[in-house]
Design a binder for this molecule. Structure first.
Ligand SMILES: *Cc1c(COP(=O)(O)O)cnc(C)c1O
Length: 395
């Protein structure tokens, strides 16, 4: 290596015939180019990085891995876009694609912030929105308007674990030339690949199962059509929703174990669902592979017999039993997130769905004794015995 001439200049880097085994973290905000011709080419042909808000290597490394999981290049060949959060991915898709006068139809149990974005924020920009039950394609059809530009759905609803009629909705969108946007966060590409089933845009909160350790906030959005892809990438950079290199780097590290974590969490979730169903004070367990699931046949068809890592259950004793449950299982984090390596328990009536009236909660089947569980990768016997003991103690 050359002897440096300055403490300030950053031009020297040791050469090595070997390469690092770990993906380097590249925090550089800006990139220096050899000359104006080269810089011109970077802007016009995308031949190099210029400024981190426009893109950086750590984002591209993670995006390529999620592209692979979602079926690129067999199903779509436009590279996915990383965003600063799952909500930024949804925001970028809306901002890049919609205009005043459009109508957006959403599933009625979308993620809370997505619903807020649709009901409170899009209308301020002259975009109409409404919601309908995505398990009932007739209800979705009835809610279409002449100006419907986009349908937004999640395959598995939160927190009631209902399974949307994805085939019916995809056919409906195709018939009317409407863009189908699928938030695939709960399902992950292991349960469902939206592009293989007619989606135009696929979104992830990478924060959840993909990154998997609750230490990176990140989103992903991919569009099949190159013009839509460009519009979304431009909105992402212009509105400043691009991610930090550090979060991308952390997420890539987390994703190394995604398949293993998914397998383990899913197999434990199935066992836990059946174990909880045997506890006398548990009135309901909702898990896709259970024959008593309200959309069981559809779930089997869509997920090929898999059930994922999310389940919900209800205790007979209302809020008092709910309080007793979390106190009796102090090692299971009572925290409103999902997809972490550790199991988390959430209570929608006091958190995600607290803004709803008691009547609206009851319509969804969310009582004071209702819990959602995101099953993690801890020792299955340990987790199941803790949860069963707590549910017994609570009832
Ligand atoms: C968490 C979540 C989001 C938002 O993701 P953030 O990374 O928290 O912004 C969107 N959709 C679903 C289904 C989620 O679970």
């Amino acid at each position: 290596m050359d002897i440096p001439k300055s403490l300030v200049r950053r031009t020297s880097w040791p050469t090595s015939t070997s390469r690092p085994v770990v993906t380097p973290l590249q925090p550089s905000v800006v990139y220096a180019s050899p000359d104006p011709d080269a810089l011109d080419a970077q802007y016009t042909d995308g031949t190099g990085y210029t400024y981190a808000r426009e893109g950086h290597p750590n984002a591209d490394v993670v995006a390529a891995k999620i592209d692979m999981l979602e079926g690129a290049p067999e199903l779509f060949d436009t590279p996915g876009i990383m965003t600063g959060s799952g909500m930024a991915a949804i925001g970028a898709a809306f901002l890049g694609v919609l205009k005043a006068g459009d109508h957006v139809l959403g599933g009625d149990q979308l993620y809370g912030r997505t619903l807020r974005l649709m009901t409170q924020d899009l209308p301020r920009f002259g975009i109409d929105t409404s919601v309908a039950d995505p398990t009932d394609v007739g209800a979705m059809r009835a809610a279409l308007r002449p100006n419907t530009r986009m349908i937004v759905v999640e395959v598995i609803s939160n927190p009631t674990i209902r399974v949307a009629d994805m085939e019916g909705i995809a056919a409906l969108a195709k018939e009317h030339g409407i863009l189908l946007v699928v938030d695939n966060t709960f399902t992950t590409p292991r349960l469902y690949q939206p592009f293989a089933h007619g989606a135009d845009i696929t979104i992830h909160s990478v924060t959840k199962l993909l990154a998997g350790h609750s230490d990176a906030t990140l989103g992903y959005v991919a569009a099949r059509d190159p013009d839509l892809r460009l519009a979304i990438a431009t909105a992402n950079a212009t509105w400043g929703m691009t991610p930090s290199p550090y979060d991308c780097w952390m997420a890539e590290r987390g994703m190394h174990s995604f398949d293993l974590r998914f397998d383990r969490s899913q197999s434990t979730a199935r066992l836990l669902a059946d174990a909880l169903a045997e506890v006398p004070g548990v009135t309901r367990v909702i898990y896709p592979t259970r024959p008593d699931h309200p959309d069981h046949n559809r779930a089997v068809g869509l997920f090929g017999g898999q059930g994922g890592n999310m389940l919900s259950f209800e205790l007979a004793g209302g809020r008092a039993a709910a309080n007793a449950m979390t106190r009796a299982a102090p090692d299971v984090a009572f925290a409103p997130t999902l997809g972490d390596v550790g199991t988390t328990l959430s209570h929608p009536a006091s958190s995600s769905h607290r803004a709803l009236s008691a009547e609206a909660q009851a319509d969804l089947g969310i009582s004071q004794g209702f819990f959602r569980v995101s099953v993690g990768i801890e020792e299955p016997e340990l987790l199941i015995s803790e949860m069963v003991r707590a549910a017994r103690a609570a009832s």
